[in-house]
Structures are given as C-alpha cells and as structure tokens.
Design a protein around this ligand. Structure first.
Ligand code: KG4
Ligand code: ZN
Length: 360
C-alpha cells in the first residue's frame, strides 16, 4: 500500500487533521480516524471469531496471519469512511502491548512503516490505557479523579485515575480475568466461542436465584479479585447435577454464574469509589458489554448518586477508536515514541509516560 498513490480524496474538500489508530493486540483487526479536535470520524473493526471458533479460543499464530491479511484493507476502509486522505493524518497511534506477541508485531510494524512513509510521528499505546481512554471517548466531560474498572479477556484491574495518564492500581485479579471466567464458564456449559456474549444471551432467559455460586474475595478487604475458584464451583456443579430428570435448566445455571461475577465486580468497584471518595466510576473493556453487568452497575449508581460512565458496546470490546484517543493525548503533548519502539506482550501500565498516553 503506497500512501502517496491510494489517496482519492487528497485533492478534495477540507480534511480535518487527524490521528490514525491501529489495534491488533488479540483477535480484532481495527483502525479508526480521530480528528485533532476530538471527533471520531471512523471506527472499523473486523473480528476473527469465525477463524478461531472451531478451536474454542484464540489461536495466536492464526490471529497474526489474519491481521497481516486484513490490516491494510481495514486501514483503507477507516480512511475511506472518515472521508480522509493520507495528507490529513498527522500521527499513527498503535497498540504496543500487552497482548499476543505475533499479533502486536503486525500492528506495530504496519503502524511504524506507515508513519515513516508519511513522515509523521508514530505513538505506541498501552492497550489498557486505550480501554481507559474509552471513558473519554464515550463522555468527553468524564471527570477525574474517578475509579475505573478495566474488565477484559486478559485483565480485571481496578484503577484510581487522578487524571488522564495518572493511574494507580488499586487491585487486580490474582488468577483468571473476568472475561476468562465468562469464556471458560461458557465452554463448560457447551456454548460456542466466543463464550462471554453467548453466556450473556443464555442468562437472559434464566433466573439468577435458582443456583447460587460463591462470590470469591467479596468478604476480604482490599480490591483484588479471584475467579478461578468460581470456575471450579461451576465445574463441580455441572459434574454433580443429574443428567436428565431434575436437571436445572442451563439458562438458570448461566444466570447464577454470571450473577456471581457481576456481584463481585460491582461491589468492589463501588467499594473503591467510597473508599477513595470520588464521584465518578467508569467500567471499560470487553466484559462491560455484558448486559447484566451494565444493568446492575446503572441501578447501583442511580441508588448511590454516582456518576457512571459505560462506553457503548463497540467502544468496550477491542477497537482502534480508543487507541486513537490515547494516542491523541500523547500527540497533544508531542510525546511520540522513538522509531525503535517494539511490540511488548507484557507491557506494564507503569510504562505509560505520566500524563501522556505514549510509551517510549
Ligand atoms: O476487551 P476485549 O475485547 O479484549 C481483551 O482485551 O481481552 O475483551 C474480550 C472479553 C472476552 O473474554 C469476551 O468473552 C468478553 O470480553 N465479553 C463478554 C461480553 N462481550 C465480550 N463477556 C460477557 N458478556 C458479554 N456480553
Ligand atoms: Zn482489550
């Protein structure tokens, strides 16, 4: 792809200067265009669910290959949908980590090559900061200090966010992430990949009070989480329950299991809000697409008078709009990454330069 050739709109009407965001950390290939005024002009996501479904989970090598196949088209689509040409792109922001190594390398190599060819800066973005940025994407007036819960397939991390770029970890999962608990629970219930959304759908016709699962770590102090014991409880419950007559409907089991995860996430988040005396809470990441979690969070926020920010579902699951937003913060402070930055599968959020969003 030659940025100087494929640019139909280069000579046309006014194109707002923009940031191009790229995300390839797991199984979504995504690109988005965000204007320097903060308007989201496009947000293109292609999921690889069809590729990984028959394996029951993401196969890293296949994910990398699919990213290679799709990244150029997805990027061109994002520019086309934004009505923007290459000349309007001022910087490329790309997820640097954490994530799957091979998958990240595709996005980082592509993003750096593109930025180099266009002679513009490239910005390496921390994936979790991208998720946190989705709170501002949803609500540009998102006020800090606030508590932000990041719940995804790989993370269940509770942060005190004093301002953008300033993240204090309050607690995290000591074993499985909430998304993993959903996905593994769904697998045990015989649901198709991706399990989280399937379990959410099944639970909608179930009664969460029929089967009560334990609420791990709820009665302990602190803000850490643990979901592996809950998963084991489901395993034993399914093993011990009668196969035919007298069997509890899967929808009730799914609803009970989901309720245990939701209860813990909601209770700990609001506990953190109280403890740190902040007025706002945002819940971000793929698991925040869960309909029951959203409903319980909203009811609790209304009751307690807390300002709750829940990004819309396509800003919760992996996307490049959130990456462009975190990149835009860095761009505003002219904090771009050096050309030799690399993909970093285990990147810690402490690597985020204070107040910027860029990783060097
Ligand atoms: O943020 P995300 O798209 O990717 C990661 O960074 O991990 O999160 C993916 C996770 C998966 O575990 C997926 O099953 C879960 O989010 N998820 C859901 C729902 N939609 C996605 N979990 C429960 N209910 C949903 N509706
Ligand atoms: Zn994610």
């Amino acid at each position: 792809m030659n940025p100087n050739v494929h640019d139909p709109s280069r000579s046309s009407a006014v194109q707002p200067p923009s940031i191009l965001g790229i995300e390839t950390s797991c199984d979504e290939t995504a690109a988005a265009v965000l204007s320097l005024e903060g308007h989201l002009l496009s947000n293109v996501v292609t999921s690889q669910h069809d590729v990984h479904a028959r394996f029951g989970g993401v196969v890293p090598e296949l994910a990398s290959r699919k990213h290679i196949e799709r990244i150029a088209t997805v990027t061109q689509d994002a520019l086309a949908q934004a009505g923007t040409g290459w000349a309007a792109i001022r910087s490329v922001a790309v997820t640097r980590g954490p994530g799957l190594a091979g998958a990240l390398v595709v996005g980082v190599s592509f993003g750096k090559a593109l930025a180099y060819a266009l002679d513009i800066p490239c910005i390496g973005v921390h994936h979790l900061e991208g998720h946190i940025a989705s709170a501002w994407l949803e609500d540009p007036g998102f006020a800090t200090p606030a508590v932000v819960l990041v719940v995804s397939g790989g993370h269940t991390h509770l942060y005190l966010v004093r301002q953008r770029g300033d993240y204090t970890l309050l607690g995290k999962t000591l074993d499985d992430a909430a998304g993993e608990a959903f996905d593994k629970g769904a697998k045990m219930l015989g649901l198709a990949y991706p399990g989280g959304p399937a379990l959410d759908r099944l639970a909608q016709s179930g009664d969460p009070s029929v089967v009560r699962f334990p609420r791990p770590y709820l009665n302990r102090g602190g803000f850490d989480f643990s979901f592996s014991g809950l998963k084991t409880s489901l395993l034993y419950y399914l093993r011990n329950q009668p196969q035919h007559e007298g069997a509890v409907a899967p929808a009730h089991i799914a609803a009970g299991y989901q309720e245990a995860i939701v209860d813990v996430l909601v209770e700990k988040s609001f506990r953190a809000v109280r403890h740190h005396r902040v007025a706002g809470l945002a819940v971000v990441g793929g698991v925040c697409a869960n309909s029951r979690l959203r409903a319980v969070l909203q009811a609790r926020a209304n009751r307690d008078g807390i300002r709750l920010t829940l990004p819309r579902v396509n800003f919760c699951t992996d996307n490049a709009a959130m990456v462009a937003t975190a990149g835009w913060w860095a761009y505003q402070q002219q904090r771009w990454s050096s050309w030799d930055f690399d993909a970093h599968p285990g990147l810690a959020i402490e690597a985020v330069s204070a107040g910027t969003g860029a990783t060097t």
